[in-house]
Design a protein around this ligand. Structure first.
Ligand SMILES: *Cc1c(COP(=O)(O)O)cnc(C)c1O
Length: 369
């Protein structure tokens, strides 16, 4: 199709995703490993991602919003779905009907969920989050110390969790401090499985694993151990066809703001991806693309729908209209683009646009764990 051939293609390798899940299971062999699929599976398509993970044995999933949980439930009949943002205002009936597990973050949420359980005359599943140092979501020390434990009686406490602020910095002393606070404060709650580690937390060692680990970004191929070799397989590839090639005859400039000077003899290839597709404008003049076995650098500013590549150093026949150019590629593609943009792989992933042709490659056949 003509409309297809002029489009960028985002390939999401579900086989690499499930291989990454298996890799994390090996890293945390005595814990359950959940899948964090908030924000549409970090932008990659929550249904495809969650189904692929479910097929290889993932039984617990985390979303941020109630609506995300409601959308996911029909596709994951038999999995635990935790809602990180807790019990939404007036969300009791929907949460119960969909069998979601709210992660209760403050006293009011416990009170409302417990009252609803009494009203329904059944024990309802719940998780409790303790804030051990992020000051973001969860019970503070005072909140836990002041908690009337009998409030939890109508609830089936499935998980007690906290979240690390600096897990990707293995030497950061806050990791141990948060862990110590977690161990101290969860003693004050009824016994329940515990969870502390996100992707990077899994690589802090077995004392951080507890009964359940909650990786997100590592599943999608971002390096959870910055500064060390990426243990994860790349899941995302972004490529696009060259629209036009300019043979530069006279000295001039490329793109908005005329920021990049070019001279006679240079060649510029134009590619239909821009910041409206989540390709960050901040990488103007910085990022590189791959064309076959060559690299070409960006020339000038990223436009809304286009970028320009300096292909003067490449053989003429290697770059023609229709030639595919890779924009997110290789074992560290997301991390490299993020670095050039001054951001993190999480942000690149979750902003990947809606104009790409999305292709899912099937999971490799693996036994459920
Ligand atoms: C997003 C999130 C995770 C997953 O974090 P990653 O760094 O992507 O592995 C785990 N726990 C909580 C509370 C989160 O908000």
């Amino acid at each position: 199709m003509a409309s297809e051939s002029a489009k960028a293609i985002l390939t999401i390798d579900l086989g690499a995703l499930t291989a990454n899940y298996a890799r994390l299971c090996r890293e945390a062999p005595v814990s359950e490993v959940a899948g964090v699929v908030k924000a549409n599976g970090y932008g990659l398509g929550v249904l495809e991602v969650a189904r692929a993970l479910r097929e290889v044995g993932c039984r617990s999933f985390f979303v941020a919003h109630l609506d995300e949980g409601l959308a996911l439930r029909p596709h994951l009949a038999d999995a635990a779905i935790y809602v990180l943002h807790g019990l939404a205002p007036r969300g009791e009936a929907d949460t119960e009907a969909a069998g979601l597990i709210p992660i209760l973050n403050q006293p009011d949420e416990i009170a409302r969920w417990a009252a609803f359980a009494r009203h329904r005359e059944r024990r309802l599943p719940a998780a409790v989050q303790i804030d051990t140092g992020m000051c973001r979501l969860g019970f503070s020390r005072a909140g836990i110390e002041g908690l009337n434990r009998s409030l939890l009686e109508p609830l089936d406490l499935r998980l007690v969790m906290s979240h690390l602020a600096c897990a990707e910095e293995a030497d950061n002393p806050l990791n141990q401090r948060q862990q110590a606070r977690f161990d101290e404060l969860r003693e004050r709650l009824p016994r329940a499985p515990a969870s502390l580690a996100n992707s990077s937390g899994i690589f802090l060692g077995s004392s951080f694993h507890y009964q359940l680990c909650r990786p997100g970004v590592a599943l999608y191929g971002v390096n959870p151990t910055p500064g060390r070799v990426n243990p994860m397989a790349p899941v995302v590839k972004l490529e696009a066809p060259v629209l036009q090639v300019h043979d530069v005859i006279e000295a001039g400039t490329v793109g908005y703001g005329a920021t990049r000077a070019i001279g006679p003899g240079s060649r510029i290839a134009t590619v239909p991806v821009g910041y409206a597709d989540g390709y960050p404008r901040a990488v103007s003049d910085r990022a590189a693309a791959r064309i076959g076995s060559w690299k070409a650098s960006l020339a000038g500013r990223v436009s809304m729908d286009l970028i320009s590549l300096d292909v003067g150093g490449l053989p003429r026949e290697a770059v023609q209209p229709g030639t595919m150019v890779e924009l997110i590629f290789g074992p560290n593609g997301l991390d490299e683009l993020a670095e050039a943009a001054g951001t993190i792989g999480y942000e690149i992933l979750t902003r990947l646009g809606t104009r790409f042709a999305r292709r899912y490659t099937r999971p490799a056949v693996e036994r459920p764990v």
